[in-house]
Design a protein around this ligand. Structure first.
Ligand SMILES: Cc1cc2nc3c(=O)[nH]c(=O)nc-3n(C[C@H](O)[C@H](O)[C@H](O)COP(=O)(O)O)c2cc1C
Length: 293
């Protein structure tokens, strides 16, 4: 099921959701088998920031019956060490590399884009406008005016295809997506996690060290489907749909909703080969959709 995305030819429509699959760690664990059977047609990195970040205080995860709440808080080694230590290794993965980036100001994002613009290892950039686990993380991805202003400023600083990752905490994701498109985004991706919290057992105090976090997994699938339908009928640029995908039926629904690609996130923690299973399931005849992979 080859698919074209922003000028990149991909073998199938299944990619990973940022922050949910550490390909460098997987390579160390699974060795040659990993290279032969890479689960995704493109690899999306964990979000990187200009400066190194330690992330949020633990605990950072809370399991739900239907997914999880995370408050990871974008721990990463920062732009300079990412480029010096990781980029060449990511470039040897058997799939094009999409680097996810986030900035706390437009100047920070411009500095990141300019540093990455000439790097041939990178096929595209995903602009994380929607992390609920850092202060101000969600604003650009949920407000059309903010999104258009940010995207307009960033567009001039990179020739790479740019994917705007939108926030689900808005009733009008279509307006935000249209704003990103009109300001030059090459694609949009959605949904990121939904803000939420859990109390520690037997208390009325938050379990997560940061107090609250982002909900992902099957619990958000219906939100994702609704928002992907709304966005993909409103923009001409391609859409990457994600949220709660566990099997090929879920993936097919997002494709039917208008997504060009589907990203698998939380399911990777349960099954690191989920990407293989889901792309293989998509290639099966329609009757197998009743009993997906
Ligand atoms: C543990 C964890 C870490 C995440 N880290 C990032 C991240 O660094 N950047 C980002 O854009 N999204 C991040 N996300 C959000 C996912 O990319 C995805 O948008 C969301 O989880 C919905 O998909 P899912 O329900 O399939 O997990 C993270 C999600 C989880 C569960």
């Amino acid at each position: 099921m080859p698919v074209e995305f922003c000028g990149i030819e991909l073998e199938h429509p299944i990619v990973n959701a940022s922050g949910t699959y550490d390909a460098l760690a997987a390579r160390r664990v699974f060795g040659d088998a990993f290279e032969r059977n890479f689960p995704f047609s493109a690899y999306v990195s964990k979000t990187i920031t200009l400066d190194p970040r330690a992330g949020n205080p633990p605990p950072r995860l809370w399991e739900l019956g239907q997914g999880m709440i995370n408050s990871i808080g974008l721990p990463n080694k920062g732009l300079v060490r990412f480029v010096e230590e990781d980029l060449s290794e990511y470039a040897t993965l058997p799939a094009p590399l999409i680097v996810s980036v986030m900035g706390f100001s437009v100047d920070e994002l411009i500095a990141i884009l300019e540093a990455l613009d000439g790097r041939d290892e990178i096929a595209a950039l995903e602009l994380n406008f929607s992390c609920p686990n850092v202060k101000t993380g969600n604003i650009v991805g949920s407000d059309p005016v903010e999104c258009e202003a940010m995207m307009t400023q960033l567009r001039a600083h990179s020739d790479k295809p740019m994917i705007a990752k939108l926030a689900p905490s808005t009733s009008r994701p279509d307006l935000v997506a249209m704003a990103a498109e009109s300001a030059g985004a090459d694609a949009v991706s959605l949904i990121n996690t939904l803000p939420g919290m859990a109390f520690a057992p037997g208390t009325s105090r938050p379990w997560l060290g940061a107090g609250s976090g982002g909900i992902s997994g099957p619990a958000v699938r219906a939100v994702a489907l609704g928002q992907v339908v709304r966005v993909s009928t409103s923009v001409r640029i391609p859409v990457i749909g994600m949220g709660g995908v566990e099997n090929s039926r879920d993936a097919q629904q997002l494709l039917d909703a208008g997504a060009r690609l589907v990203a698998v996130g939380t399911e990777n923690f349960r099954d690191p080969a989920a990407g293989n299973r889901i792309s293989a399931g998509l290639a099966q005849p329609a009757e197998s959709a009743a009993n997906p992979d």
